[in-house]
Design a protein around this ligand. Structure first.
Ligand SMILES: [Cu+2]
Length: 250
């Protein structure tokens, strides 16, 4: 079924459950589509004018349609309560501990994504909304010692393979939406809010980051950002090379 639906590359642990839900819903829709179409064709034949010269005002007496409706409702209930809700509880709540994860702050702006890492000490430098400027989109306090080893980048977000990733998503201007299809994650980026998401990348490689909210005339340019999944050693080297970096306004 994955093949028939043409589902995109999958590279996260919870993604299989997302795909399964999509597949189950499609199976149900196929059954309903074929069933309704067959019923439609049957009625054209069964109730043709030549067989029913006079209209019947009593209608159906059997209960087959009630049973079928009930069965469809039960299947939908199972999909919602048995599959969708537990998946949401697992994927959107139950965060992994931060000290065992790659923690990243992400800020969207017209029209790119920036990311900030805490560096070697694992502590982000002090930040304040009042310090935010065109050059300092994370509002970093330059005097705080913890910030000295922080790394800041634009267009490229690096993470470690098979290690949980926690992203705090925010926006500098309008509502964007941080979406990585291969990881099966999407989260709106809203000015003034810092919303966490998490996932576990399972395959090394480069994956596209998209913006899933129409955010302006160059909205599509936000798809130029990349998620790089790599080994811990490569990741450490990369972060070290970006320490002290600050994004400049383009
Ligand atoms: Cu956007």
């Amino acid at each position: 079924m994955d093949k028939i639906l043409g589902l995109p590359v999958l590279a996260s642990t919870h993604g299989k459950d997302v795909d399964n839900l999509i597949i189950y819903v499609h199976w149900l829709m196929i059954v309903l589509f074929v069933g309704w179409l067959a019923y439609f064709l049957y009625t054209l034949f069964r109730f043709h004018r030549s067989r029913n010269p006079k209209a019947d005002y009593i209608g159906v007496k059997g209960h087959a349609s009630n049973y079928i409706e009930g069965a469809v409702a039960i299947i939908e209930g199972i999909l919602l309560i048995g599959v969708a809700v537990p998946l949401w509880a697992k994927a959107a709540d139950k965060f992994p501990p931060e000290n065992q994860s790659t923690v990243i702050q992400i800020v969207g702006q017209q029209f790119n994504w920036s990311a900030r890492y805490a560096g070697k000490d694992g502590i982000f430098g002090k930040q304040d909304m009042r310090l935010v400027t065109a050059e300092n989109i994370f509002g970093v306090d330059p005097k705080d010692e913890h910030g000295k080893d922080d790394a800041q980048v634009m267009h490229e977000v690096h993470v470690v393979v098979n290690k949980p990733v926690i992203c705090y998503i925010s926006s500098r201007d309008v509502i964007h939406s941080f979406k990585i299809i291969a990881m099966r994650v999407t989260q709106d980026a809203i000015p003034g809010l810092r919303i966490p998401i998490w996932f576990v990348p399972t395959k090394e490689g480069r994956y596209q980051i998209n913006c899933a909210q129409l955010c302006g005339n160059s909205h599509s340019a936000m798809a130029a950002s990349t998620l790089v999944v790599e080994s811990q050693a490569e990741f450490d080297k990369w972060v070290a090379s970006k320490v002290g970096g600050a994004t400049s306004f383009e």
